[in-house]
Design a protein around this ligand. Structure first.
Ligand code: MLT
Length: 279
């Protein structure tokens, strides 16, 4: 008997088996106010998971729509401050599109926030690209997914009417933000990279003149060696980016100092012409 997996996430449906034969698995994440279903004759059981927190009412939730450009599950929160730069929020391994929304609001209150969920699952944990081991990346996958994410950003800019965003990435999210800077200059206005590694070395180097980048690293980070941070900063500088590196005493986890550094940097860098993205 073949097993089909049918999943519905907040209204977007994926069909594994259009006949719904006995033996099909239906995974269904209901939403508040949704119509209650009923048991069919072929249903053999039901497992309930606790519902995830409902989206804040001001959020627009985008779905995984096959064949449509916006192919990342994501949240978009419109801005209330017309002078604020849009923020592209990129979570770490095991996170999701809700994680960094509060950080984004604290970094620049009133900024539009676009927050996608990484599409790779590592033991069930979302990431933005595959890795072979801790800190060893699948470079073909990283390249392909960097372009896919850049395409998503461009489609979301058209859909939501926002300018080129400043990426705010943590850990795995910082690594794909770094890869996007290096592979798709012009997509990002700048980047706040929290605990990044050197994701890849592109050939040729991109033209990133005037693109502001703030790196925040932990001297006691067990995942990112200081040499990785230095190598990334050096590569981005050679490409013309305006890079600042701030060192904290702590490890891989975010602290209040990350927020303060990011807040001060964004207040200035977020107003700039956008480097490669402004051209
Ligand atoms: C990565 O895989 O991107 C880095 O090892 C950071 C992490 O997600 O642990």
């Amino acid at each position: 008997m073949s097993i089909h997996h049918v999943t519905a996430i907040a209204g977007d449906f994926y069909f594994g088996d259009e006949l719904g034969r006995p033996g099909s698995i239906l995974t269904f994440f209901p939403w508040r106010g949704g119509r209650a279903g009923r048991h069919g004759v072929a249903q053999v059981g039901e497992v309930r998971s606790p519902p995830t927190a409902p989206a804040p009412p001001y959020c627009r939730t985008g779905g995984l729509m096959a064949g449509v450009d916006l192919e990342f599950q994501h949240r978009f929160v419109p801005g209330t401050d017309p002078t604020a730069p849009p923020l592209l929020l990129l979570h770490g391994t095991g996170g999701n599109e809700d994680d960094l929304l509060p950080l984004g609001e604290a970094l620049h209150p009133g900024a539009p926030r676009l927050s996608p969920r990484g599409q790779v699952l590592e033991h069930g944990m979302p990431r933005f690209f595959r890795r072979l081991a801790e800190g060893v990346f699948d470079l073909d996958d990283l390249r392909a997914r960097s372009h896919q994410l850049a395409d998503f950003v461009e489609a979301a800019r058209r859909e939501y009417g926002i300018g080129a965003p400043v990426a705010v990435g943590f850990s795995n999210g910082a690594n794909i933000a770094g890869a996007m800077l290096l592979l798709r200059p012009g997509t990002l206005r700048g980047a706040l990279l929290l605990r990044p590694m050197l994701p890849l070395v592109p050939d040729p180097l991109p033209a990133l003149e005037g693109t502001p980048v703030q790196i925040v690293a932990g001297r006691g980070d067990p995942i990112v060696a200081p040499a990785q941070t230095e190598a990334l900063a050096e590569l981005l500088r050679r490409a013309g980016a305006e890079v600042r590196v701030s060192w904290l005493a702590g490890g891989h986890g975010l602290t209040r100092e990350d927020l303060e550094i990011g807040h001060r940097w964004l207040a200035v860098a977020g107003q700039g012409g956008g480097g490669a993205a402004g051209r």
